[in-house]
Design a protein around this ligand. Sequence first.
Ligand SMILES: NC(=O)C1=CN([C@@H]2O[C@H](COP(=O)(O)OP(=O)(O)OC[C@H]3O[C@@H](n4cnc5c(N)ncnc54)[C@H](OP(=O)(O)O)[C@@H]3O)[C@@H](O)[C@H]2O)C=CC1
Ligand SMILES: CC(=O)C(=O)O
Ligand SMILES: [Mg+2]
Length: 762
Amino acid sequence: MTSKRPTFTDKEALDFHSHPTPGKLSVTPTKPMATQRDLSLAYSPGVAVPVKAIAADKDLAYEYTSKGNMVAVISNGTAILGLGDLGAMASKPVMEGKSVLFKRFADVDSVDVEVFSNDTEELITTIRNIGETWGGINLEDIASPECFIIESRLREELDIPVFHDDQHGTAIIAAAGLINACNITGRELQDVKVAISGAGAAGLSCAGLIRHLGVRPENILMCDSRGVVYEGRTEKMDQFKSAYAVKTEKRTLTEAMDGADVFLGLSVAGAVTKEMVASMAPNPIIFAMANPDPEITPEEIKQVRDDAIIATGRSDYPNQVNNVLGFPYIFRGALDVRARSINEEMKVAAAQALAELAREDVPDEVAAAYHGSRPQFGRDYIIPTPFDPRLISFVPPFVAQAAIDTGVARKEIPDMDEYRRSLARRLDPTASFVQSVQAAVREKKARIVFAEGEEPSVVRAAFSFKNQGLGEPVLIGREEQVTRTMQQMGVPEGSLEIVNARLSDRNPEYTDYLYDRLKRQGFLRRDAQRLVNQDRNVFGSCMLKFGDADGMITGVTRNYDVALKDVQTVLDPIPGRQVIGMSMVINRGKTIFIADTSITELPVAEDLVGIACESASSVKALGFTPRVAFVSYSTFGNPMGERAEKVREAVAMLDARDDIDFEYEGDISVDVAMNPGHKLVYPFSRLTDAANVLVMPAIHSAAIATKILTSMSRATVIGPILLGFEKPVQIASLGATVNDIVNLATFAAFDIDMLGHIPAAK
Ligand SMILES: NC(=O)C1=CN([C@@H]2O[C@H](COP(=O)(O)OP(=O)(O)OC[C@H]3O[C@@H](n4cnc5c(N)ncnc54)[C@H](OP(=O)(O)O)[C@@H]3O)[C@@H](O)[C@H]2O)C=CC1
Ligand SMILES: CC(=O)C(=O)O
Ligand SMILES: [Mg+2]
């Protein structure tokens, strides 16, 4: 297969880490700190009450502090990834990264702690002394063999889970893959012969776990930089390797792999040759997991074998064996039962759960997370991918149950089904939603115009858009200027298409069209010519009109109204449809849509009907069931007023139509509409649940409400998404971030308008 390795420049990686705020983490309070009362409860004197309670019973820290959902990621930087000993400070980006993954995949709060010491005893003392304050400790990137001593001592001395991820995380995922690879090749674990390259943290832990799962000790040949770890060897041995030494005549990795069913690589790139692979048993299982480059590449393996099941630690080949599939979910399960440790049974439960999940049928919403292709259990899909949204609700219950069964849980889970549902609700819905839109867009390979092509943030967004496989960006601008910006951004020359409006051979055709459109509005031909040459929004819109591109993103350098006017110079609404702006607001597991946030200032009843039809159809196209509320300051006529009357008129107009296939209600105030229990007071309401589409009575209420949500809550706001134009154009707000631009470009490529809409008027 060809490498699909995601490409980014060093500058992009640095910018990602420094903008808009240095680092990847921040702390968010869970209590309001608004009033004097809040202050006296949160701090002195109120805080004295939980202090005394915890002093009397330390386990009450789980009730009154964040301990129960807080994991420390601790390192001294002596073995950072495959980069070696680069010190504690250099390990900070990785540790922050692990903390972010904890939050992203399992809603575990986490902070990184770097300890500036390479002394084993000092490290143990330091971690032990701060240990009990956390719900668990994830040790990371600490060199072997010290890591074994540090972890086992801390496990003895602390009453919380201490888990060295590089050992056990890796072992759990490798074991899950091995269980499934054996299943596919018809092998039993107790029969397989395994050669392992690497007798360090990861290699020895893998050997330990697969032994526990049934592989016979004498069938595991460990190799390190000196060859096979055999009984009687003295060179470069320690107590940890000795535990895996076997009686054998074999001395080299070449000999160990001869006839082996399974190879596990946890050593260094290039440790394995094609000849070694060729000598393995039929249908060999080859996990070359060294990072960032495997012991042998899948391409090399395929040159000598067509019957191998292959896995690597990387995301650009099928079957990624990486510990990110493990630690978030293992700790989630452990924390939820307030486990005192993570034991073998919990690790085995996690490995078996991961193996089982890969064998399950992949439903639609999961296929979306796999970039649109539906994986099927088999040689190229032996293990779920990290973005599988089922992981959060599938794996932790097995871990939690194993903790309960083995007596290390402080807490039971009374209702496992409810626990599973609550786990699913923890997942940030933005990420899954954006991913499913991205999956659809990747299939389309749309050509998207980035109209402000000389702007640094636009260049970066275009590069990111292309690298994520979302489509083909076209930058409008002067070549020398765009190229200079690309150089400053570290974007490789020639990697993005640039179109100079002034020099384009499409100008005469675009000018003819525009002149014909504007000639009765006081425009001369040369005015039209000037617009095409000089106005990038006009030129870009002409590209869409003539099919030279599929969508456009603009707005970063001009205010919304100006950009909109430029676009309207060239493009019309879809006949029978209304152009609207719809914002998507995602907060704490809930998604709502607000319209019209950008076009019609004071909508009359007909406009409100159009806004409702447009937004309901779009929301449906995005995979949601729309429940539309025509919101107002009044609820069902109380109090009456001029604006509320327009809203009531709009509802009556919809009532008179027979082509409306979505739920709607109004006039209704926001608090009533968004309360699923509102039927108790208004039993006649036609909404079957809380409204998720809020049609606002005027643009100012829509825009103000959305901005308040953005500023005052942790809500993620996408949009306004522009709907109803004959060609998909999206307008970002002035100074939009690279992420905002990419999101809106993705919506331009998605082209919701083409997905079937109810007309504004019948
Ligand atoms: N995919 C994943 O999720 C993970 C992958 N890894 C990868 O596994 C590898 C090892 O990591 P880790 O166990 O933490 O590191 P360690 O430093 O603890 O262990 C490395 C081991 O590799 C051995 N080794 C070095 N060179 C060779 C060679 N040429 N042939 C055979 N063995 C060799 C070392 O031998 P000796 O003992 O003689 O020095 C040592 O036993 C790294 O590449 C890392 O990226 C690690 C964690 C997770
Ligand atoms: C994946 C990981 O934890 C490592 O490479 O160290
Ligand atoms: Mg690591």
